[in-house]
Design a protein around this ligand. Structure first.
Ligand SMILES: [Zn+2]
Length: 171
């Protein structure tokens, strides 16, 4: 892309550079959800159409976007901007745990939905956050693992199938 811009589209390169530096200068973190925003509180957090009793915790802005595209959730979010990873020096402070606890204890939130990834770090982070929030009397849930929509049993990995069986519910 860099070669293409340099060779064929110098004015496009200049526009891209200006857009990036503007974004860098204007972008901050939303005071409530910690996502990238241009205002102190982002549009999603200030929307009256969202359910303030539910707070969904995700690792990254891209995860929030996926949740929104799935159109399955009407509550609010908190974006950790990372996962716990002690070997990389990422602890509770780096994932803004204090801010999350403060946010979840606003008196409106009734349920915190943990939607971190199902990786070793994501699971450890969900566990750690869950313990911290439950200790403060909050209801904490975790999104379920399962088979992909349209998936066939014979093509799914054994770990996913085993989890789907363990987390089965009444039909
Ligand atoms: Zn926000």
């Amino acid at each position: 892309m860099a070669y293409h811009l340099l060779q064929r589209d110098p004015s496009g390169a200049a526009r891209l550079a200006a857009a990036l530096s503007q974004a860098l200068a204007r972008t901050r973190h939303c005071e409530k959800c910690n996502n990238y925003a241009e205002d102190p509180v982002c549009g999603l957090c200030s929307s009256p159409r969202r359910d303030p009793t539910q707070l969904c915790v995700v690792e990254a802005p891209g995860d929030l976007l996926m949740m929104e595209q799935a159109q399955c959730y009407q509550g609010l979010y908190f974006v950790l901007m990372g996962v716990l990873s002690p070997l990389d020096g990422i602890g509770p402070r780096e994932i803004h745990l204090d801010r999350l606890i403060q946010r979840a204890a606003d008196g409106m939130v009734r349920e915190v939905v943990l939607a971190t990834n199902f990786t070793v770090e994501g699971e450890a982070t969900a566990h750690y956050i869950g313990e911290a929030l439950r200790a403060r009397g909050l209801k904490v849930t975790r999104i379920a693992r399962g088979l992909p929509v349209g998936g066939e049993l014979e093509h799914v990995d054994s770990g996913t199938l085993a989890q789907a069986v363990l987390e089965r519910r009444e039909a």
